[in-house]
Write a new protein. Structure first.
Length: 130
């Protein structure tokens, strides 16, 4: 099960930026604070895209980020099995192109729920999803 963290954010920023971009920025900051090195953002591969590519402990980590408004609805439910399969296909192409061994790569998921009233963001990080 993923761990979750509550962060305060600037309400104005969430309104002026697109929800997805704002969530991805929160996710990048979250990862950086935990020692990840960000390799790339919004990388297009074939007919798909990886939100964040990072590295930690010699492991290449491909991260899908989902951001929703409100704490009642879970961003976790917004990632479907079909999307996971598609992401793994995209990751496979990326690894082949860059000669990255499959056993040194993984798919993570970051679910973010934003509460406009309180200015808090709940961030859940799920490692090595399948």
């Amino acid at each position: 099960m993923g761990r979750f963290f509550i962060f305060h954010y600037n309400k104005f920023m969430a309104i002026t930026k697109s929800l997805g971009n704002f969530g991805e920025q929160l996710a990048r900051n979250f990862l950086l604070r935990r020692g990840y090195f960000i390799i790339a953002n919004n990388t297009k591969i074939g007919h798909g895209e990886i939100d964040i590519i990072a590295e930690i402990n010699k492991t290449t980590v491909f991260i899908e980020v989902k951001t929703l408004l409100g704490f009642q609805s879970g961003a976790e439910e917004s990632l479907s099995r079909r999307q996971i399969i598609k992401l793994k296909q995209i990751i496979s192409i990326y690894c082949r192109q860059r000669m990255i061994k499959a056993d040194t790569a993984r798919l993570d998921f970051i679910a973010i729920n934003l509460d406009r009233q309180s200015g808090k963001a709940r961030i859940r990080h799920y490692s090595n999803i399948s």
